[in-house]
Ligand binder design. Sequence first.
Ligand code: SF4
Length: 473
Amino acid sequence: MLESLSSKVHDEGRQGEAYQPAVAAAREFRKRFYIESYGCQMNFADSEIVAAILNDNGFGATGNYAEADLILLNTCSIREKAEQTVRNRLHLFRQVKESRPGMLIGVLGCMAERLKSKFLEEEKLVDMVVGPDAYRTLPGLVAEAETGQKAVNVLLSREETYADISPVRLDSNGVTAFVSIMRGCNNMCSFCVVPFTRGRERSRDAHSIIRECADLFEKGYKEVTLLGQNVDSYYWLDEAADHTVTFAQLLERVALIDPSLRVRFSTSHPKDITDDVLLVMARYDNICRYIHLPVQSGSTRILQLMNRTYTREWYQAKVDRILAMIPDCGLSTDIIAGFCTETEEDHQDTLSLMRYARYDMSYMFFYSERPGTLAARRYTDDIPEEVKKRRLDEIVKLQNRLSLEKNKEDIGRTFIVLIEGDSKKSAADWRGRNSQNKVVVFPKGVSGLRKGDYARVKIEDCTGATLIGRVTE
Ligand code: SF4
């Protein structure tokens, strides 16, 4: 579990996704690489940086690993299952390599640090291991591995932000894109591996962020999501102008690129989201009315053990503040069931906090200990699995009820929806999202709308996960 714990939210549908290049692009290069990504949005964004670095060094992408000269797995260390999946993939690639001896296999990302000696020396599954701050050294490591040496660089950096690298877009919808604004995390939430696998917080040069967002807009993208483990603690010193840029200021600058460019951000730590950020959100219509505000538990005692640095009451006051300043703001969260020592009373506190915040959506998991975390060192993972699962089930059921209730309240309302593509169920319907990040599906009809357009949609029906509507004038 703990998909929710890095920046953050895992999109289950994207796990193991391979980079699909434009066919023409692959022909220009002398060698080909294949990259498969796991984990959170940060990892997917990193794969785009890796693709840019490799492109610059003569490697074009392929979506077919059997024809690749270099196979890369960008890994996540957040949950146990992911590790096994990666190991299985590596065994498969090893077999492919037997018939293509020159092929190289590398592991990137969060697992690199922890499993480097296992993958490289013990199991001899890979030729290269490269940590999240060492992607610039990839071309040199490839050259080293080509000579038959094992190539490793898992050093964490205090400075690296890849600010000057223009990522090769991995997703292909051409409408929405992620833009990394910072790396690492200084919070030491006791359940989380991020501070150990991705290192200390570093904020990226604000000018390069604005340039990247403006460039995306010029290329036709209509939405950017500013990405980081803890975006609200973004803080960049502009030495030339002798002033600092906070997250609120950055958000405003991105919003000012164009009123038709939507701006989102993820993820917020409740302790860091300030009134300044909320004021900027309220001021600009193109900053989406949606905040992912991970609570993790509704019990102050458990929150203390998790080292979240806020209490239940403080979090509730933050929710109140957000809704007072942005009344139509959508809220989602991350919840962990069955953290160490969690009692039934603690669990009930989580359920009652969910009812208080009335989240539109939650990422919900039961706790499983991750090696190297503070919790693994300090506490016993003492809640039986069946209890964790039962509590998680209650949390999921409550969230399903809340999501449906909240969606029903939207029936009769009209939203501006950014069209992202065809609905998954029918090519006769468009699929997009409203400002609150809810998925909206509506018939294409004869309106002449296209992917990337905004549509005014009146909601007529819903499920727990989707609003269903019709275009209105
Ligand atoms: S340490 Fe806490 S704030 Fe930082 S990434 Fe992990 S869960 Fe998020």
